[in-house]
Design a protein around this ligand. Structure first.
Ligand code: PA5
Length: 411
């Protein structure tokens, strides 16, 4: 299912520690699950576009799974697009003209309800939906937010939107197994029951008290050893471009959970072999600050054979008859050898198959490893005080600017 292999340079010493429990992160009730499935069905029947509005943990988990498990080139009846991740006026303007004349549903996801990027985007989209659909807009906007507080909760009550809840104790980057992740994933046609089953299995496997046999502990302890030995960057590397959004989710999970109190590895990612032609030189011969974690899936459904040609003009007949994926695998082994020869520790997380079950299994594994890792660093994995500082400063500046403008207008 999942194996973790340490680099030949690592001798990890794993011991039992007291790690916060996260099993409640994967407890969507049967009732909620069936509501998610029903609303996903309704969206698939009535929409050409599902617009997911959210930022950070509130959309990345869903998008990571969707991008990993849907085709690269996808001509579907229903497209999932994303908004609220930036403050680009151009992006929003183009988004609005793209959705015009297509049937739209909106899922706005924000735990706090007050994050600037999704809040501003939603204000514009809400107005658009009301102008376009009138009373029917209410049916087409679905809110996912905190059960008790927040502006989005208030708006949804006032407007009568259907609402899903992100449990109080579950933070954005840990919320992929709640409605925040599950609704968009279900709309994409991915089997969410299998996804949750994978996470449940991981929950069980990584509770194993025999921590020596526990891959989540192995991964966390080997990261910690690298950190103690002076490495400052962990590069997550994979070989299938559809995992690129999962990279972003991983980067956020570890970066936001660990990077505090002047501690933590800097999480960075590369997609091989593409990035070898960009950053490969640095990895091979640059500053010795990087170690790698290869993320790999043994079975990937689609593949392609290299044809033989009569003239062999490109000299590639020696690869004729082989599959692209097998060449990708050999190239992976070659990259590992080249990097290890130069003293770069290469660790490996290997999963059996790229499917909903294993995605659930992997994401729970990473969340668990992240919490163990933060415990080793003695930081709280569940808060993000640094992000709050930026949010506060931006709000202060905007308020100052706006009151200045108002005074100028009045005089
Ligand atoms: O993981 C986190 O907690 C953050 O990345 C949040 O998800 C992100 O800041 C968005 O917050 P909210 O869902 O409150 O809009």
């Amino acid at each position: 299912m999942l194996t973790y292999q340490c680099s030949k340079y690592t001798k990890i010493r794993i011991k039992g520690i007291s790690v916060p429990n996260i099993s409640h992160y994967n407890q969507c009730s049967l009732e909620e699950l069936s509501e998610i499935v029903n609303i996903a069905k309704e969206i698939k029947e009535h929409a050409q576009i599902l617009l997911v509005i959210g930022i950070g943990g509130s959309f990345l988990g869903a998008r990571a799974v969707i991008d990993a498990l849907t085709p690269y080139f996808n001509e579907t009846k229903l497209e999932i697009i994303y908004g609220g991740q930036n403050m680009s006026g151009a992006y929003l303007q183009e988004l609005l003209s793209f959705i015009d004349k297509k049937e739209i549903y909106v899922n706005v996801i924000s735990k706090s309800g007050s994050t600037m990027e999704p809040a501003l985007t939603f204000r514009i989209i809400k107005k658009y939906m009301e102008e376009r659909y009138g009373k029917e807009a209410k049916q087409r906007i679905i809110v996912t937010t905190d059960p008790e507080t927040g502006i989005l909760k208030r708006i949804s009550e006032q407007e009568g939107y259907r609402r899903f809840l992100i449990p109080r104790e579950v933070g954005g980057r840990f919320s992929v197994f709640t409605a925040a992740g599950l609704l968009p994933i279900a709309v994409a046609g991915i089997n969410i029951k299998e996804f949750i089953r994978g996470a449940k299995r991981a929950e069980n496997d990584f509770e194993d008290k025999n921590v020596q046999q526990n891959a989540a502990y192995q991964y966390a302890f080997s990261r910690f050893e690298m950190y103690q030995r002076g490495y400052s960057i962990e590069l997550l590397a994979s070989f299938e471009p559809r995992l690129n959004t999962l990279h972003k989710w991983w980067k956020q999970l570890f970066g936001e959970s660990e990077g505090k109190d002047s501690k933590g590895l800097y999480p960075s990612t590369v997609s091989f072999s593409t990035d070898l032609h960009a950053i490969g030189q640095f990895i091979q011969e640059g500053s010795r600050i990087v170690f790698e974690t290869f993320l790999d899936f043994e079975e990937i459904d689609a593949d392609m054979k290299i044809p033989f040609t009569i003239d062999n003009i490109d000299g590639l007949n020696y690869l004729g008859g082989r599959s692209m994926n097998s060449i990708n695998n050999i190239s992976r082994d070659g990259i590992a050898l080249a990097h290890e020869e130069n003293g770069i520790p290469v660790h490996k997380i290997i999963l059996t198959k790229l499917d909903p079950f294993h995605m659930g299994y992997l994401m729970y594994f990473l969340m668990k490893a992240c919490v163990i890792s933060a415990t080793l660093l003695d930081v709280n994995p569940f808060n993000q005080p640094g992000v709050e500082v930026y949010k506060r400063r931006v709000r202060e500046l905007l308020l100052k600017e706006s009151s200045l403008l108002l005074t100028m207008k009045q005089t």
